[in-house]
Ligand binder design. Structure first.
Ligand code: ZN
Length: 194
């Protein structure tokens, strides 16, 4: 495959695939492993810290995670300690089984919403459960950027982006950019290509 140039893309805001509820992964077969590899490659090419399958046009409950090891919390949660060193990795059928009452505001962006960053309020910690490609199940308490990223990526599996989570005030700050992005997306078939 040396020398072969492959192009990568992500779906952008306005693409119908980003609005759908994704289906669970039933069996881990070669196709799922290939999709997982493509998700990781795409995430790396676009410099993302996470990528959900709908972002590359597949409505399956799969998320790639690639959080840099140095963004671990000062007092790391079990999830950060276990998962950050294993990244990049793909999780299947991920679920958030509990959200903390404590909420935090943090700036978010999204590969599918290029050029837009905004403060989003979300629960600070989550209890997260998923299956890995080798079939093993995991469940961890997660804090920090990992907890944030999981909530953001899992929203994609339910047809939501961070723009849907903005307060009225924060939405107003980015509304024009978001509208332009949707309009421009229509001209490029809602795809960013690299
Ligand atoms: Zn996103």
């Amino acid at each position: 495959m040396r020398g072969r140039k492959r192009s990568y893309y992500v779906e952008t805001l306005g693409s119908p695939v980003l609005k759908k509820i994704s289906e669970p992964v039933e069996t881990v077969d070669e196709k799922i492993r290939e999709l997982a590899a493509l998700m990781i490659e795409s995430m790396v090419k676009f410099n993302g810290v996470g990528l959900a399958a709908p972002q590359i046009g597949r409505n399956l409950r799969m998320v790639a995670l690639g959080i840099p090891a140095d963004s671990i919390s000062e007092e790391p949660s079990a999830g950060e300690l276990a998962l950050l060193p294993a990244m990049p990795l793909v999780v299947l059928n991920p679920e958030i089984v509990e959200l903390s009452e404590e909420k935090v505001c943090r700036e978010e962006g999204c590969l599918s919403v290029p050029g837009v960053w905004a403060e989003v309020e979300r629960p600070r910690k989550v209890i997260f459960r998923a299956v890995l490609l080798d079939g093993s199940s995991i469940e961890y308490e997660c804090d920090g950027l990992l907890a944030r990223c999981l909530q953001h990526e899992l929203d994609h599996l339910d047809g939501l982006t961070f723009v849907d989570r903005l307060s009225r005030e924060n939405l107003a700050k980015v509304e024009v950019k978001v509208k332009n992005l949707r309009r421009e997306g229509g001209r490029s078939n809602y795809r960013r290509v690299l």
